[in-house]
Design a protein around this ligand. Structure first.
Ligand SMILES: Nc1ccn([C@@H]2O[C@H](COP(=O)(O)OP(=O)(O)OP(=O)(O)O)[C@@H](O)[C@H]2O)c(=O)n1
Ligand SMILES: C[C@](O)(CO)[C@H](O)COP(=O)(O)O
Length: 384
């Protein structure tokens, strides 16, 4: 194996707070750690990805990283970041073929700027260690008891980021020799008297430390996403002896809609709009009417699937708008409940969901009360 990467995820996120460690929180629908891993692997240079996490988090890490190329089973971390990295390095050292180079990346840094890994690997041809870093731009003060005691010259000062890259043997030796704590791995190589090169860092390579960092990263990612819009249209016939289910809400009415599933035209049109925005076919492709298991099915399952497809593509639903077309029943009294139900199924704030209705002025099949139609539009923000 040439290049391995340790993905550090054993921290508790005490400065961030909350029940769930920050690296597992959702960021536009995907866990932070998934963004970190995908952006680390995006340049296609890493042969093995070794997550390091608390033992009880192993199932959560495996689920979050499922399907990524080169993924290895998680290694148990320690009480400090240094101990966790050491555990990961020892696991690599015990492998049949230890790597020549190793990258160490924080799972709490979800956005590795493109080109970073290539620049690190190139720098490792000249030095045993290399890290991305940003020059300090603010004036630095040292303070005691809330009072400034000195202004620290900022010339030559940098803020260290990850991923950090190392020749594996050099980093392993530095960790094995380390006696003191260190907040990054470069510090251990420096202490061992080894050269560590700098490559340009980026302001977008944020480490999520405090809650406001998550909001900052979310807006950075949103700015990179591309809006894609899809439309959907569906019609079902009104018949006796069936419940009337529209946009996930059962409405008292003497007739119901006929169909293979529960024939919820609103949800069907919205699913098609979402699949259209994703360019992933239509509802019939995902849930063929030829399959008996969808007979009388609750269409809620179809909409949950469409929402899961958005998340799987790393996207987010920006808006969903459904128009029901019928003379009767009147939709307005039920529109709020329908919006709430659709939003719950989509896992999205209700403000992003709209349900409205129109008649056809008595014209056509809808005007004659033979059936109900629905049209929908959905806009999804997707990574490029
Ligand atoms: N014992 C530890 C501590 C930290 N980390 C990882 O190292 C990265 C950077 O650490 P930091 O931001 O300090 O995370 P936490 O230790 O979780 O945060 P805090 O210090 O606020 O508790 C994170 O991805 C974190 O999961 C780790 O693997 N093992
Ligand atoms: C490794 C690191 O992300 C480089 O900036 C940072 O040092 C981690 O430090 P923390 O104190 O554990 O947040």
């Amino acid at each position: 194996m040439e290049i391995a990467a340790l993905l550090m995820a054993a921290g508790r996120g005490s400065r961030f707070g909350g029940e769930t460690p920050k690296q597992f929180l959702p960021l536009l629908g995907l866990p932070v750690i998934r963004w970190a891993a995908e952006s680390l692997l995006a340049e296609g240079r890493v042969d093995a990805l070794l997550p390091v996490c608390a033992p009880e988090e192993a199932p959560r890490v495996a689920a979050a990283l499922e399907g990524l190329p080169g993924l290895r089973p998680p290694v148990a971390g320690g009480a400090t970041r240094r101990e966790s990295v050491r555990a990961g390095l020892e696991a690599l050292a015990a492998a049949a073929a230890p790597p020549r180079l190793v990258l160490v990346h924080d799972a709490a840094r979800p956005f590795v700027p493109p080109g970073t890994v290539g620049r690190l690997l190139a720098a490792l041809e000249r030095a045993p260690g290399a890290i991305p870093a940003q020059p300090v731009a603010d004036t630095l003060k040292r303070a005691e008891g809330g009072r400034i005691v000195a202004t620290v010259p900022r010339e030559g000062l940098y803020r260290a980021q990850t991923p950090q890259g190392f020749r594996f043997a050099a980093l392993l030796a530095a960790h094995r020799a380390a006696r003191d704590e260190a907040t990054d791995d470069a510090a251990l190589l420096e202490a061992a008297g080894e050269a560590v090169a700098l490559i340009p860092g980026a302001e977008t390579n944020v480490k999520i430390t405090f809650p406001e960092d998550l909001a900052r990263v979310e807006s950075l990612l949103l700015a990179r996403l591309i809006p894609r819009t899809g439309t959907g249209f569906d019609v079902h016939r009104l018949v006796e002896g069936r419940p009337l289910v529209l946009c996930g809400v059962t409405i008292p009415f003497p007739l119901g809609l006929a169909g293979h599933s529960d024939a919820d035209v609103g949800i069907h049109a919205l699913c098609d709009a979402i699949y259209g925005a994703l360019a992933e076919g239509d509802i019939g492709r995902h849930f063929p009417p030829s399959e008996a298991r969808w007979k009388d099915a609750d269409s809620a399952a179809f909409l949950r699937h469409a929402a899961a497809r958005i998340a799987a593509r790393g996207g987010v639903l920006a808006s969903a708008d459904v128009t029901l077309i019928c003379e009767r029943p009147k939709i307005a009294p039920h529109a709020a409940a329908m919006r709430a139900r659709l939003a719950a199924l989509l896992g999205t704030p209700v403000e992003r969901v709209s349900v409205k209705a129109t008649t056809t002025e008595g014209l056509g099949f809808a005007g004659r009360g033979e059936g109900i139609a629905a049209q929908a539009a959905a806009t999804v923000l997707l990574p490029p």
